[in-house]
Design a protein around this ligand. Sequence first.
Ligand code: IMP
Ligand code: MG
Length: 180
Amino acid sequence: MKGCKRLYSARAIAARVKKLGKAISADYAGKDPLFVCVLKGACIFFSDLVRAVSLPVQLDFVQAASYGGGTVSSGEVRIVKDVECSVAGRHVLLVEDIVDTGRTLARLQELFKARGARSVQICALLDKPSRRAAGGVRAAYCGFTVEDRFVVGYGLDLDEKYRNLPYIGELPPQGEEAWQ
Ligand code: IMP
Ligand code: MG
């Protein structure tokens, strides 16, 4: 893709996802876990990750959004689509595309714990620790740590674009064409 700096190739992502799947399989053996995909950004990562896990797992989906318009979020997180399963007594693994401020995952973790989940852990494809807000969350499993830059592809979007790029890239400066 012209102008877009490739950070992680499809091949590098696949290798990392395989390793995450192995670690998760070892940790969750015998626990009958519930894997929850945080839509929409994690959808591609989730599909690959669950197939790298060698355990029977249950899948569900949740979608959250931050209140407020424009580019600056108010920090309040609203559930747009809730899970269908009961999480009470379950070992829940939240699968997210990127932990930025950490507010979305902090809210989801708090919500599922309040509903009686036995454990609520996080698996994030990417982590941007420099952006973490106070009281931030910690991902038990993380694909790659990135600096404070906006990335797209493999599920991550900019205004709903670029999700289907097979790799993760950094967008070119404004005005330059990213697709090629
Ligand atoms: P948080 O609640 O601030 O951690 O927000 C996390 C959400 O912000 C992610 O699920 C993404 O949808 C979005 N986000 C944060 N950083 C990026 C980025 O670099 N690229 C694409 N989306 C991002
Ligand atoms: Mg997004």
